[in-house]
Design a protein around this ligand. Structure first.
Ligand SMILES: Nc1ncnc2c1ncn2[C@@H]1O[C@H](COP(=O)(O)OP(=O)(O)O)[C@@H](O)[C@H]1O
Ligand SMILES: [Mg+2]
Length: 409
């Protein structure tokens, strides 16, 4: 088996670089000259620019893992194990995972082998490299990748309105998130929180809560737990099949997924939005920050914030996703990242927001007015909807109790 293999990296369907396995499980990324020389090149990520906006082109090799930007395109946890097992690939060998799953990745990136081999070599098969057998037992493998931990699939909407998961997992414009093994009622929780965010006026994609039994073609080997799945329209896929580019803040900061609770604060995200986004992005960011403090969501880590590139070059804050009230599962939970100086929900007050505003050079009044307005809208919609949303009694009570402890509420 040849040791060197090259994967082409495409952005909006055009090759822009290569990821090369130089042997010994070391990989290195390089941009193509044509991409480097193109003054109108579409943006791959903010982390590929230096402080003057110049494209970075010199990358070091990485051992076993691929560089964080590409590693972050792959799932974590149970979803990664599941997909890797189906594809018969060691889940730690990210180069081969990208090879197998690169057809359908987050955003407008696709990755494919340069020499046309559709499947990576069967590395974990005790040296038995019989190609035919190899293709045979991978026939039913799924070939998509969605980031995150929760078991999820992309799905297509049938003419009848129902959702079906394509056999290869590729091509859907909806994401179906299945119930969690660890925590009860996560789909209902996420649906309720996302619905509230929508009512308050945040940028929320179309969502639904559906009977799992109504979803066609759920791949086998998936735990049969719970009754409902949370469904959300993908904002990185348009109805005509084209992809819109996105990246998450772990990619922007060049940190691996396991460091998503470290290395940066909410204030740092605000600083990026202040430099690269517009006023609407700042308002949206402050609303989401405030809202997630109110519902007690301790999971707004670097991978739960993304940027979107609607015109392929300039960024805006991507729509909201993954809003879950975690305090009902983890009493005493705190923010996933420091707001500015503190992670504690009990420290989420106007002084902390003023500190964010000062450090990110945002007008203080604008930030505080936005937060106050969000609190007022929250109370209005929470009062009206708390009995109608499909939350458990425990969850409702946990949020009510939590609200008494958040100063800004
Ligand atoms: N509506 C959406 N459109 C496009 N991408 C999404 C959408 N929702 C989530 N994602 C992407 O999928 C990843 C996983 O989704 P998320 O809801 O965060 O799941 P998890 O609960 O597993 O973290 C996100 O990090 C984001 O990259
Ligand atoms: Mg997430």
């Amino acid at each position: 088996m040849a040791d060197v293999a090259v994967l082409d990296v495409l952005l909006h369907g055009e090759p822009i670089g290569t990821l090369t396995n130089v042997g010994g499980d070391r990989t290195i990324f390089a941009f193509n000259d044509a991409y480097i020389d193109n003054p109108d090149r579409p943006t791959l990520g903010l982390g590929f620019k230096d402080e003057f906006g110049t494209l970075l082109t010199d990358f070091r090799p990485y051992q076993k893992r691929v560089m964080p930007f590409f590693s972050n395109l792959l799932p974590e946890g149970h979803l990664r194990s599941y997909l890797a097992q189906k594809a018969k690939i060691n889940e730690e060998r990210e180069f081969y995972l990208l090879w197998a799953l690169g057809h359908d990745l987050p955003g407008a990136i696709t990755i494919r082998p340069a020499d046309g081999e559709t499947w990576p070599p069967d590395l974990d098969d005790g040296g038995d490299d019989d190609r035919n057998d190899n293709y045979g037992h991978r026939e039913n493998a799924l070939r998509f990748s969605l980031a995150g931990v929760q078991l999820k699939f992309s799905a297509v909407q049938e003419a009848s309105g129902g959702l079906t998961i394509p056999a290869s997992g590729v091509g859907g414009s909806w994401i179906v998130k299945l119930p969690s093994r660890e925590y009860a009622g996560v789909p209902e929780n996420e649906f309720s929180m996302m619905r509230l965010a929508d009512l308050i006026g945040m940028n929320v994609p179309t969502i639904d809560l559906v009977d799992i039994a109504s979803i066609g073609n759920i791949p086998d080997g998936v735990d049969k737990i719970g009754e409902k799945a949370f469904v959300i329209k993908r904002f990185d896929r348009l109805d005509d099949g084209t992809s819109v580019h996105i990246e998450d803040f772990a990619q922007i900061y060049g940190v691996y997924a396991e460091d998503k609770y470290k290395n940066a604060s909410m204030r740092n995200i605000a600083q990026v939005l202040a430099a690269e986004g517009n006023d609407a992005d700042i308002i949206e960011f402050i609303r989401r920050l405030t809202f997630n403090a109110l519902i007690g969501n301790g999971d707004m880590h670097l991978k739960n914030w993304s940027l979107i590139y609607p015109d392929r070059r300039n960024v805006s804050l991507a729509p909201a996703y993954d809003f879950v009230s975690t305090i009902s599962y983890i009493p005493g939970d705190q923010h996933a990242l420091n707001i500015s100086r503190s992670k504690a929900f009990a420290d989420f007050n106007e002084d902390e927001l003023s500190h964010v505003a000062a450090k990110a050079a945002l007008p203080e009044k604008f930030v505080l007015d936005t937060a106050r307005e969000t609190v007022a809208l929250f109370h209005q919609h929470w009062r009206a909807e708390k009995s109608n949303l499909p939350m458990s009694e425990d969850m409702r009570a946990a949020i009510e109790a939590h609200l008494k402890t958040v100063p800004i509420a």
